[in-house]
Design a protein around this ligand. Structure first.
Ligand SMILES: NC(=O)c1ccc[n+]([C@@H]2O[C@H](COP(=O)([O-])OP(=O)(O)OC[C@H]3O[C@@H](n4cnc5c(N)ncnc54)[C@H](OP(=O)(O)O)[C@@H]3O)[C@@H](O)[C@H]2O)c1
Length: 234
């Protein structure tokens, strides 16, 4: 897709990855709408990015997901891309991870992205646009001590694969972004358990550069080579 002038809704724009992606696509000339749940940080980012429109939303509320997309599409006059960067992590063995945590992981990491994508589909079909969703390396490499977190991301990734095939005839691109571990503080904000020792983190700006490149090339997937740690865009 051509980023210059593109109408892009970033969901989770106040997050570390979400704010970096918002800045990066704005720098390429995109017109962003910023969606999140923290009004103060949203306003600050909007001020930084040429008064980009903002929309408040809560991932646990399905109506709020639909409302955020409709509101942003109205403010931008359509949508060329929806970039979903929300997510939460949880750690612990399967025995330690209780049902409430599992439910929250799937609500935020799986159900909300699906609802957001479904809400955006008519706009993306109109523009032959792009759905980009951040899953995680765990989608392809489910990891002990993170079973439910891995499963919530793998489910989203599977949904994206089927959605891509459905949308091909409507010329909608689907980009599954599977970053490796990055030092964003996500693990410290886990909704359950304690993070185990993590591998050496990837640099957020390197990942964001690959996301921007992937968007511009209509890539299908950003993956990580598990041995070398190298990011792979396909
Ligand atoms: N960091 C990593 O190592 C890593 C690796 C692979 C994949 N990822 C994925 O990358 C994405 C971004 O994560 P990050 O590392 O940038 O962490 P982050 O800064 O904590 O970003 C998470 C985002 O999700 C939002 N969020 C969480 N619960 C929400 C809810 N109930 N309603 C609305 N928004 C909610 C947060 O909103 P607030 O700003 O209001 O808290 C924040 O914008 C996530 O999907 C994560 O799973 C991260």
């Amino acid at each position: 897709m051509e980023l210059n002038g593109a109408r892009i809704l970033v969901i989770g724009a106040t997050g570390v990855l979400g704010s970096s992606v918002s800045r990066a696509v704005h720098a390429q000339g995109a017109r962003c709408a910023l969606a999140g749940r923290d009004p103060v940080r949203l306003r600050e980012l909007s001020d930084e990015l040429a008064s980009s429109p903002i929309t408040h939303f809560e991932a646990l509320n399905k109506d709020s997901c639909y409302g955020a997309v409709t509101d942003a599409a109205q403010q931008l006059g359509g949508l060329d891309a929806l970039i979903i960067t929300i997510g939460v992590a949880a750690f612990g063995t399967t025995g330690e991870t209780d049902d409430v945590v599992v439910e929250s992981l799937f609500a935020i990491n799986t159900r909300a992205p699906i609802a957001l994508a479904r809400a955006a589909t008519p706009y993306l079909q109109d523009s032959h646009g792009t759905l980009a969703t951040v899953t995680a390396i765990l989608a392809d490499y489910p990891t002990p001590g993170m079973a439910a977190y891995s499963a919530s991301k793998a489910a989203t990734s599977a949904w994206l694969t089927a959605f891509r095939r459905e949308q091909r005839r409507f010329h909608v691109s689907v980009f599954d972004i599977q970053p490796p571990h990055m030092e964003t503080g996500l693990a410290d904000r886990a909704i359950g358990g304690q993070a185990p020792p993590m591998p050496r983190p990837a640099c957020v700006s390197t990942v964001v550069d690959q996301i921007v490149l992937g968007l511009s090339r209509d890539a299908r997937k950003l993956a990580t080579d598990i041995k070398s740690g190298q990011l792979l865009l396909t």
